[in-house]
Ligand binder design. Structure first.
Ligand code: ADP
Ligand code: MG
Length: 323
């Protein structure tokens, strides 16, 4: 069987079976935005309410970006930003990072320095210490891989599982801009998007702090995909109200639903608390929050519903590697 037949998600499924059950120290293992571990030392008063978070993400030349025209500053910025987004989606705070670079020997040193300036600008902003990494030769393409640690108060932890029938689905910001830019301005270097990358750490921490949400994910693989992941992890179904989806300027509804790469937050909240939480986040962060649907029973699967109440078909959504 080839990887292209299995796809990224099929492969991760297979691997997680191979890896098997994890120890009791693992609060959240494979299958969420970051892993959560009960291993931080006890605090001053002998008890510890925090979990250690760990996540890793990789950018590869010609898969995630093209070297030609790419700003190395923004590439570095993006490599760290996508990891911060995963820590944020758990309700946590980023702390320490390891940075691995695989580069061709002919690449100019100044480019790598520029890449690090991008990483460091963001690390400084969020008070993340870069504490190590690895540097290796790559026969051809450039590889940037970052592992990011974080921490979260146990009661603030938000997983993909936890959503319940009757919960409302809320999202920050809008969707479809990266997909529409790729379509409209194909020469736009992927690395440039880094500068416009909205990191929803503050918003995520507000969601976590109020402890009203039941599940959360970041929308890296697209809005529909994110709702699907919450449904899978929570054993529920969902209805997405198409006229409530916040579509970015110049983007189509399809791009908003399936485009991905916008790293917004998608989270679920008991229906009776949804408007209150939306208002709180908007007040405290100035970021728009939209209620785009509801969780329903698992047997109803995921459905898209238009203004007339008509149910539309779901395209298999989001980006998947190897496919
Ligand atoms: P995200 O898009 O939030 O970074 P991914 O879709 O990349 O999440 O990964 C989904 C889950 O699968 C995560 O928990 C991740 O740690 C896990 N995972 C991905 N690749 C592997 C692998 N090769 N081995 C073990 N776990 C993996
Ligand atoms: Mg994620």
């Amino acid at each position: 069987v080839k990887l292209s037949q299995l796809g990224e998600f099929g492969l991760i499924n297979l691997l997680s079976k191979e890896i098997g059950k994890s120890s009791s120290k693992v609060a959240v293992g494979i299958g969420d935005d970051a892993a959560a571990i009960k291993s931080l030392p006890a605090g001053r008063h002998g008890k510890n309410n925090k979990l250690l978070l760990i996540t890793t993400d990789t950018l590869i030349e010609n898969v995630h970006f093209k070297l030609k025209n790419t700003s190395f500053f923004h590439l570095g910025y993006k490599a760290l930003a996508i990891n911060i987004s995963d820590i944020a989606a758990m309700g946590g705070n980023p702390t320490f990072a390891l940075v691995t670079i695989g580069a061709n020997k002919n690449l100019s040193v100044s480019k790598i320095e520029e890449l690090y300036r991008g990483i460091k600008s963001l690390a400084r902003k969020y008070k993340i210490d870069i504490v190590g990494g690895d540097t290796v030769a790559s026969p051809k393409e450039l590889i940037i891989s970052i592992t990011l640690l974080g921490e979260v108060e146990k009661d603030n932890l938000l997983k993909r599982s936890g959503a319940e029938v009757g919960d409302a689905i809320l999202v920050t910001g809008d969707f479809g801009k990266p997909a529409s830019e790729k379509f409209r301005i194909p020469h736009l270097p992927a690395g440039r998007q880094g500068s416009e990358f909205r990191i929803r750490l503050k918003e995520a921490q507000i969601v976590a702090k109020f402890r009203l949400a039941t599940a959360m994910i970041d929308s890296s693989d697209g809005l529909v995909r994110s709702v699907l992941e919450i449904c899978k992890a929570s054993q529920v179904g969902a209805r997405i109200w198409l006229d409530s989806v916040p579509v970015a300027k110049d983007a189509t509804l399809d791009q908003a639903l399936y485009g991905g790469e916008e790293y917004e937050l998608v989270f679920t909240v008991p229906r009776s608390k949804a408007i209150a939480l939306k208002t709180l986040i908007e007040k405290q962060s100035k970021t728009r929050v939209s209620i785009i649907g509801e969780m329903v029973s698992k047997k109803n699967a995921i459905k898209l519903v238009d203004v007339h109440g008509q149910v539309c078909d779901l395209k298999s959504g989001g980006y998947e590697h190897f496919k």
